[in-house]
Each structure stands twice: as C-alpha cells, then as structure tokens.
Design a protein around this ligand. Structure first.
Ligand code: ZN
Ligand code: ZN
Length: 330
C-alpha cells in the first residue's frame, strides 16, 4: 500500500539513522523509574505518593523477571496491522490468560516488602491499602480479567479506585514484557501517530532523549507497554497539528506559568500546549537532566498540572499510576 511519507519518516530517510521505535527493556526500565521517583520525592509536595509509586515500580521490576516467554504474534496479524496502519495488539484480546497470576505476584511482592520494612528502610505503602490488596488477591481469574478490562478502558468505579494503580501496574508489566519480545521491524506506522503503534494506548508524556543513537530526538512514551515511538517536535503529540505549539513551565517561586521566559526553557519538564486541540502533554527533557524519565517526571510535576488547570488547556491523557476519580462511562 502506497502512502505519503510523514515529516518524521522523511527525516528518518535522510541518511541519519535513529530508531523509530524503542522497545522496552522492562527490568532496567522499572529500576531506573523507581530510582528517579525516589530522587524526585526529596522535597516534593507529593513525596509520600512518589515513594509509594517507587515501591510499586520496584515490585514491577521483581515480577517482570520471571514471566514466561509470550506467544509470538502471527504473521497474519503483523501483516494486517501494517497494511491497515493499526496498532499491533488489541489490548483486551492480547491479555494472556496467565495475567491474573502476574497481578497476584505483584500484590504478594508489595505485601512482603511492606512486612519486611524496618525503621531504617520504612515501607511507603499506606497500611490502609493492605486489606484492599488482600481483597484484590482473593478475586477469581474471571473477576480480575473483568477488572483489567475496566482499567484498560479507563472506566474504573469508586470501589476499585484504590487498587486501580496496582492493577494498572501489573498490566504494564505484562504489556511491557510482550512489547519487549516484538521484532522491531514488525511495528507498523499506526494512525493516528499519537497512539502507541504496539498497543494503541495514549502516551503518558514525551521525552527528548540523550544517548548515541537517539540524541536530540523526541519520543512519545506509552502509558501501558512502555514502548517509545518517534514524533518530530514540531507536531502536537495529541492532534499532530504543526501550528500553535508552545511550552509552559513553572516560573520562579511565584507559581505562574510563562511560555517564553528563559527560566522556563531551562526546566526539565514543560507542558507542551497546542492551540488547535487545546490540550497539553508534558515534554521531559533529558538534556536538562540525564536521569529524567517520562512517567516519573510527569508524576512528580503534579504542580504543573495544577497550574495548567487554570489555563484553557486540558491534559491530553492521564498518568497511569496516579489515582484519579473520573465519572463512570455509561
Ligand atoms: Zn503501548
Ligand atoms: Zn493538538
């Protein structure tokens, strides 16, 4: 099927070789993410939540190591996805029947770490969460899969709110593991380009990377399977418009947003706003801080979201590990 090349693809053909897709290396990814969360917790207004998330991410790292090798994708499904510009996986269908065990192992790891905590190494798990974790663990496979589908569809009720980030964390482990085993050349150019070409999820944030092959390139980081895909910086990461992109950050101590000030430009995390679709998504800049990590830095800059709440721009997509109550979809 013939198609018009997009700016990012033309750039890729221009003799400069940089990866279009960065598949996750889950054990390293979760380790780096947990370390970054702990680093960002120092002096942060939501320090307790960041430390809790770091503990959750370390549990993800433990669990991801022993998963069975996923079933390879069929040649037909790869060809169909590529011919139709569709993501490779359908989230609900790609969930393996063994996933409930992954969730229970994540819960076991969290509870064990909590029980083994000492005064020097305290647990960041809120004790009130333990009964909810035990209830989650006790659910049968069918109930857990139904819950996973709700979480994947972003349709979580109030009763499940406390444990939704735990379910999401176990789904991330599962999907990152699947994505890590996908051959890079099988990944399609999905439409719209703002969704993950592997699992179809929205990005949690975008990241300007450093490092030999990827330096200076902007990637969108999947909120579910943790894969990254390239998108040129001139485009809105939500509607792909090239008009009206600007950046806002927190200026000085006053808590004001500013789109142009130098002080703002030097910040690690900026809100990239789009005048066409009136959304914003954060851009995490490793050139300003080499250990910056999209999910961790997004979560740790909740203050920027609060300030953006006073503007006309709405957040394009959520952080999967942040607990937010939303109206139930009917
Ligand atoms: Zn994905
Ligand atoms: Zn836009």
């Amino acid at each position: 099927m013939q198609r018009i090349l997009q700016p990012g693809e033309i750039e890729a053909l221009d003799g400069i070789s940089f990866p279009r897709i960065i598949l996750p290396q889950p054990a390293m990814l979760f380790q780096d993410r947990a370390a970054r969360l702990l680093q960002l917790a120092e002096g942060n207004p939501i320090a307790d939540y960041l430390r809790f998330t770091a503990q959750l991410v370390l549990a993800q790292q433990q669990v991801c190591k022993d998963l069975p090798t996923p079933k390879p994708l069929s040649k037909t499904s790869i060809e169909q996805a590529n011919a139709n510009g569709m993501p490779l996986l359908s989230k609900a269908e790609a969930l393996p029947s063994t996933w409930p065990q992954t969730l229970r192992r994540l819960v076991d790891t969290l509870i064990a770490t909590h029980q083994q905590s000492t005064a020097e190494k305290p647990s960041a798990l809120p004790p009130s969460l333990i009964p909810a974790l035990q209830q989650l663990h006790a659910k049968n496979d069918e109930a857990l899969i139904a819950l996973a589908k709700q979480v994947l569809a972003d349709n979580v009720g109030r009763d499940e709110l406390a444990t939704a980030p735990i379910v999401m964390a176990s789904l991330q482990v599962q999907f990152a593991h699947i994505a890590a085993h996908i051959p890079e050349q099988a990944v399609p150019y999905a439409e719209p380009a703002a969704i993950c070409p592997i699992c179809g999820s929205a990005p949690v944030a975008s990241v300007l990377r450093i490092g030999a092959r990827v330096a200076g390139h902007r990637y969108l980081h999947c909120s579910l399977c943790c894969s990254e895909w390239h998108m040129v910086r001139v485009k809105c990461s939500h509607c792909e418009s090239t008009k009206g992109i600007s950046y806002q950050g927190i200026q000085g101590q006053e808590g004001k947003t500013d789109s142009q000030g130098k002080e703002v430009k030097d910040q690690v995390v900026l809100a990239e706003t789009c005048d066409e679709c009136h959304t914003y998504r954060k851009l995490v800049n490793q050139e300003k801080s080499p250990y910056a990590e999209p999910l961790a830095d997004d979560l740790a800059t909740l203050m920027l979201d609060l300030l953006m709440g006073e503007t006309d721009f709405v957040r394009a997509s959520d952080n999967p590990l942040l607990l937010i109550e939303k109206p139930l979809a009917v």
